[in-house]
Design a protein around this ligand. Sequence first.
Ligand code: GTB
Length: 216
Amino acid sequence: MTPIITAFENSPDEGRDLARDMRLRWAFEEVGQPYEVRLLSFAAMKAPAHLALHPFGQIPTYQEGDLVLFETGAILLHIAGAHAGLLPADANARARATAWVFAALNTVEPPIVEREAAGYAERDKPWHRERLPMLDARVATRLDQLSARLGGADWLDGAFSAGDLAMVTVLQRLKGSALLDAHANLAGYVARGEARPAYKRAFEAQLEVFRAARRG
Ligand code: GTB
């Protein structure tokens, strides 16, 4: 049965791969699993039919038969567990790759999202300028630590895994910022992820949603 995911009908990033359905599209492409996408307006995301799938009214969701999932980490691990290509066969290596998925989403992503959200939600507050260096410092600390761990390796733990896929998509949110550019190995790591054929196919698919909307 072909899995169906949900994505923005009109993504605010205009097809620049920043919405979280991109992680799932990339994972499907890595493992060679065809998928379908159901596009949602913002109103539809908050309507009862979608809230029955996603309690927080967000995208993406995943449906396959009577299985319904939300949370990209859970969906990514589900896809990776069902197909070869994103998790190593060795049990310990598999557990470490899983840990990197959690590290990306629980440890590295939160300060990045917090900093990003401050940029658009708090910009007009009198304390915003005072808070910004602290938000930058929290991100910088995580990047310093991640950079030290990655060192000169291509991927975080041996071969490319679901952990790298999650981490690259998290770091992409910093592309073009001095914070990421301060670490040549992390910028190179993101570029290596984006150079993967599966990533390119996923990127084109999400960009096509924006192009199609423009064509009307
Ligand atoms: N923890 C959840 C997961 O990983 O699945 C988070 C899901 C989530 O944040 N979804 C966002 C959403 O539905 C879309 S991806 N937001 C609407 C809402 O909460 O009402 C976040 C996102 C959206 C747009 C951009 N962009 O345009 O740059 C980047 C990231």
